[in-house]
Design a protein around this ligand. Structure first.
Ligand code: SF4
Ligand code: SF4
Length: 89
């Protein structure tokens, strides 16, 4: 897949806006149970947040970038397309 979403997890508050906004459910927000290592789908104190990104689902729409109130998401990958493909699109 040509697209990749990068989150500055140090500044992510775990608000979940990006997860809700993604039209193809490519983002998943969770914390890990320290004992069982199972995923917990609630955020604790705005910390220990993991944001999973499923590249195979991402359409590169950029909605998550716009939905993040803290501007900590960056989308890359469009640049991997050949110049001709981008201008033709
Ligand atoms: S770029 Fe679009 S499809 Fe990809 S994770 Fe963000 S909202 Fe979802
Ligand atoms: S919208 Fe931004 S701050 Fe909120 S969970 Fe997503 S990346 Fe984190």
């Amino acid at each position: 897949m040509a697209f990749s979403v990068h989150v500055n997890i140090e500044r992510c508050t775990g608000c979940g806006n990006c997860v809700v906004a993604c039209p193809v459910n490519a983002l998943e927000l969770y914390t890990l149970d320290p004992v069982t290592r199972e995923k917990i789908y609630t955020v604790k104190d705005g910390k220990s947040v993991s944001l999973d990104f499923r590249a195979e689902l991402c359409a590169g729409c950029g909605v998550c970038v716009g939905a993040c109130p803290y501007k900590v998401i960056r989308l890359s990958g469009k640049g991997e397309l050949p110049e001709a493909a981008r201008t033709a699109a």
